[in-house]
Design a protein around this ligand. Sequence first.
Ligand SMILES: NC(=O)c1ccc[n+]([C@@H]2O[C@H](COP(=O)([O-])OP(=O)(O)OC[C@H]3O[C@@H](n4cnc5c(N)ncnc54)[C@H](O)[C@@H]3O)[C@@H](O)[C@H]2O)c1
Ligand SMILES: N[C@H](CO)Cc1c[nH]c[nH+]1
Ligand SMILES: [Zn+2]
Length: 426
Amino acid sequence: MKIIQLNDRVSLRRNIEEGNEQQLNSVLDILSQVKKEGDDALVSLTEKFDRVKLASLKVTKEEIEHAYKQLDEEIISYIKEAAVNIKAFHERQTRQSWFSTSDDGTMLGQKVTPLDSVGVYVPGGKAAYPSSVLMNVLPAKVAGVERIVMVSPPSKDGTLPPGVLVAANEVGVDEIYKVGGAQAVGALAYGTESIQAVDKIVGPGNIYVALAKREVFGLVDIDMIAGPSEIVVLADGNANPAYIAADLLSQAEHDELASAVLVTTSQALAEKVSEEVDRQLEQLPRKDIAGASIENFGAVYVAGSMEEAVQAVNQLAPEHLEIMVEDPMALLGKIKHAGAIFLGPNSSEPVGDYFAGPNHVLPTNGTARFSSPLSVDDFIKKSSVISYSKTAIEQNGRKIAALARLEGLEAHARAVEARLEDKEND
Ligand SMILES: NC(=O)c1ccc[n+]([C@@H]2O[C@H](COP(=O)([O-])OP(=O)(O)OC[C@H]3O[C@@H](n4cnc5c(N)ncnc54)[C@H](O)[C@@H]3O)[C@@H](O)[C@H]2O)c1
Ligand SMILES: N[C@H](CO)Cc1c[nH]c[nH+]1
Ligand SMILES: [Zn+2]
């Protein structure tokens, strides 16, 4: 792993979310096929990209029952326990409608309503992600979304992985379809004969999924464009190099484009972690992927002071930040930009990926500067409520009419004045 003396130009930005021209053209072509040909396009595109000819897109009850038989009781119980933790965390995020009344009889408020329908994309190319089913569906459930549709690309035998199906069934997904990539996003946005369109599409995916989500945004809402995983570890000289190397590799194994970075005040620790990464990498089953990620987007930065190190972390604004210093709580207040912050030696990043409760769908590529983890807020919307009394309109009607005329909007002014002049308005 490269060891670099820190200067002020650290960045995780990888300019990958734009895609190249060929990828964008391919996505536009796929979306237009789905719009024109509906289910026929979904079947032929699945044959082309996933190499499977589907007899039907919808997952049946029998397929879900079969999935339960393929998994050990023990792992099913862990999926259930993770779901309990994730649900409990997200229940603390719920918002209530509120209304307030003033002496003149005015009532103002904010009405909170869950979205009617949501489509959840679960990636299925390089790995199966039952954890992403829980993380995307549970906040929608807690928000009260009525219809939750899941899509995921089928494996070569035309099925979805058992863990994905069991997780979906455990958290109450209403409909599951075996379709992935840009074509799945198109189906959720435009609707086809079998898949009714939804109001919002959430969930991570590869570049084709990301570009398709960006393209249909406006017709439907989207959560974010979640890019490849990122981890930054902030450590002092006393941190455990083996733990740090293991945690860096945990994210590197996601993707050749994932990034894993250590920022430390200790040259000695930098050297030990670099050696540990090389040693542990050799023992990993996905060492090709993790190795490419470490080679291209891995780095160890050595800072002159903890202050300088914290500044670098805020500049990186990583998806995941682990703080491995003597007193991590003392540094927490100084961290401004990070999707999820893991404190102390036992809070390894995968604790958050699977089990603790907070969401693992997080802002990437520096977007933690202005955005937040997926949450219940992503699945609700707010309507403002205004109720003016006779007293309130009499006291304020002329002011409102004047403000309308300032904008040259006579009809606005007259609409309000109609109430003031109406003798029957008692
Ligand atoms: N941020 C998170 O929370 C999170 C969680 C899990 C996974 N991920 C990320 O999601 C991504 C998953 O990517 P993936 O590829 O494994 O699965 P995916 O399901 O996103 O993509 C697979 C689909 O891509 C389409 N595709 C493949 N090649 C294509 C081509 N040449 N032209 C058009 N379409 C094509 C196919 O339809 C295929 O079904 C990874 O980057 C992973 O790191 C992120
Ligand atoms: N670390 C990923 C988000 O960057 C989420 C995940 C799913 N499974 C394992 N990890
Ligand atoms: Zn992960």
